[in-house]
Design a protein around this ligand. Structure first.
Ligand code: PLP
Length: 413
């Protein structure tokens, strides 16, 4: 996988293709002059030089100096950097991952349209498909995302507007076969690639039309921005822009600068997190108090071969189920000391979440079961600490559960 650095890094004809890690350092500098670090353009409005130019800017999907909701130099630099990394013609940044997702879904679909998505999804996205879409007359079919045949069989020719996938999926790290999805003719194919980051996989290389991220996560990388981004063809991004300027979920320039700052170190962070997560996943798999470990880099992951085909790095996210069940899961996330109980991922701090009571709390019991989320399911976002310290912390928390007997009580309850 190679990417081409953006202007003004030399003359385009002689520009060499560079590795993605190099592109994270070079990209998104077009509007930044000589400053190395991102310049935050705070203005929410810009002086228009003439009526004619104002008319042009008010209708231009690429304008960055007309009105903040339409575009902003810092925000557009961030979006352009993601376009380079995704191998896309264009990208647009949003105020959150959900801002990006709603812009894609509501910008491209109308009443009477049909969407196919998977049962394994981030809880917020699932609620959008279960609640807002049907309310607006958009019919949604949920399939098992791991089965390419289910995706293809659910398509209604002439009706299905979008296939919306998430891979790796939150929280059980189920994968969608990008090549098989990309080969389905007719609907537009959208992939939420948040867990992988642009360095972990590039959906557009597999025939996917739009790749999107909650850049609040690994791209921002420091738990200090709220940001989303969508990358794809100029034509599709122009359609989305038409809705997005009315939706008003535009990214803040402060957060976009944080996103650019995060991108510069994404390569080293993701490599460290992938290596640490591999080590922790292997250690947890050998622990009898853990029933199952899900990590794409583990040979035991049911789609390990697929992970090797479509992912460059396995990432920092892993999920495991405690033998103890109900009380054990909640007790575990309250017992760790280095791993913090917080609902996000991709940052420097190792975070643990209990999906059944947090990210997926809005789901009904049968929906939780369908998504493979049990009371003892723990999602872990591995940070930048020494993995030996994290493992010691996890083992101490498991010891604490053993000592207070909650796992034994649950086993009988
Ligand atoms: C896979 C995935 N997509 C989208 C989102 C939503 O992102 P945000 O919180 O930035 O709106 C999340 C949040 O956890 C997520 O995990």
């Amino acid at each position: 996988m190679t990417a081409t650095p953006p202007e003004p890094v030399g003359d385009s004809a002689s520009r060499p293709a560079v590795a993605p890690e190099t592109a994270t350092v070079l990209a998104g500098r077009e509007r930044n002059g000589a400053a190395l670090a991102p310049t935050i353009v705070t203005s929410s409005t810009f002086v228009t030089p003439s009526v004619a130019e104002g008319r042009r800017l008010a209708t231009s999907t690429t304008s960055d100096s007309f009105y903040g909701r339409y575009g902003n130099p810092t925000v557009n630099d961030f979006a352009d950097a993601i376009a380079v990394l995704e191998g896309a013609e264009a990208a647009r940044a949003f105020s959150s991952g959900m801002g990006a997702i709603t812009a894609v879904v509501l910008g491209l679909c109308s009443s009477g349209d049909h969407i196919v998505t998977q049962r394994q999804l981030y809880g917020g996205t699932q609620l959008l498909f279960q609640g807002a879409c049907p309310r607006l007359g958009i019919d949604v079919t949920f399939v098992d995302g791991t089965d390419p045949d289910e995706w293809a069989a659910a398509v209604r020719p002439g009706k299905t507007m979008l296939l919306f996938a998430e891979t790796p999926a939150n929280p059980r790290l189920d994968l969608v076969d990008l090549e098989a999805l990309g080969a389905i003719a007719g609907p537009m194919k959208v992939v939420d690639s948040t867990f992988a980051t642009p360095l972990g996989q590039r959906p557009l290389d597999f025939g996917i039309d739009l790749s999107l991220h909650s850049a609040t996560k690994g791209i921002g990388g420091h738990n200090d921005v709220s940001l989303g981004v969508v990358a794809g063809s100029r034509e599709l991004l122009d359609w989305i822009w038409g809705f997005a300027v009315l939706q008003g979920a535009n990214a803040s320039p402060y957060d976009a600068a944080g996103g650019l700052r995060g991108l510069r170190t994404l390569g080293v962070r993701l490599r460290h997190q992938s290596a640490s997560a591999s080590q922790l996943a292997a250690a947890l798999e050998a622990d009898p108090r853990v029933a199952e470990v899900r990590y794409p880099g583990l040979a035991s992951h049911p789609q390990h071969d697929l992970a090797r085909r479509q992912m460059r790095l396995s990432g920092g996210q892993l999920t495991f189920d405690l033998v103890g069940g109900v009380g054990a899961g909640e007790r575990f996330v309250e017992s760790t000391r280095i791993c913090r109980l917080a609902p996000s991922l991709g940052g420097p701090e190792t975070l643990v979440t209990h999906p059944a009571s947090s990210t997926h709390v809005g789901l009904l019991p049968d929906e939780l079961a369908a998504a493979g989320i049990g009371p003892g399911t723990i999602r872990m976002s591995v940070g930048l600490e020494d993995p030996d310290d994290v493992l010691a912390d996890v083992r101490a928390a498991l010891d604490a559960i053993d000592a207070d007997g909650s796992s034994r009580a649950d086993a009988h309850g």
